[in-house]
Design a binder for this molecule. Sequence first.
Ligand code: GLP
Length: 248
Amino acid sequence: MAEAAGNGRAGTKGAQLRSYLLGLIEGELKPHEKLPTERDLAETFGVTRLTVRRALDQLGYEGRVYRTQGAGTFVSEPRIAKSVELTSFTQDMRARGLIPGSLDTVVEEIPAGAEIGARLALSPRDLVAHISRVRTADGEPMCIENTYVPSKLAPGLAARGITGSLYQMLTETYHLKIEKAEQSIHATVLDPPLAKLLGVPEFSPAFKVLRVAYDAKNQRIEYAESVYRADRYSYDFVIFRTSRDNTN
Ligand code: GLP
């Protein structure tokens, strides 16, 4: 090899090291299994430990590995990639072979108030069912969700309570079918109480997703605020060029 490793260009030792590590992460090793030590990697690839550390740091930024002080580098759980499709949490988890669940579910009927009222085009005095849940995948907390549904569209929802999918219940019990949603995604960090609920370090990064969902008659069916762990989620989109803008 002509060049000192480290810059990751194809054919360099750095690139070989990276592709070896990706092979381990995607193949042989399971989540939370340990990667070879920096020293072993440096020896095997004939590079400095600094080069190895850089490669591991890069994989850390990409969320593929994590480090534990004094113990080494371990494979991260794979991220759950969200697309632009309008899906429920239950559908997302099932599509990945994970069992959806909820913890600490609280359902109450409350006046919408100014902010939620504005989101749902209700008067502040109108009642909404407020559903608060920690959503889990195979029992692991993934997301904290606060959802508001107008009581006039789903009477008795708060009294009935909820154990499974809200979207399924809205369709089957109230014949409300969500057809489209306006959604915005913000970067945030988890303050200590939220971090505790999700079982991650305080001030870990997260995505805050706001959704107003509508049925085919353009009725606003829900307003939801969901906070997802950024170490377990990504948002993946297919994007298209517009025809008038494809010259460069
Ligand atoms: C996603 C959406 C929420 C929606 C929820 C319903 O998490 N961001 O707006 O309320 O799905 O999920 P489920 O049908 O599993 O209760």
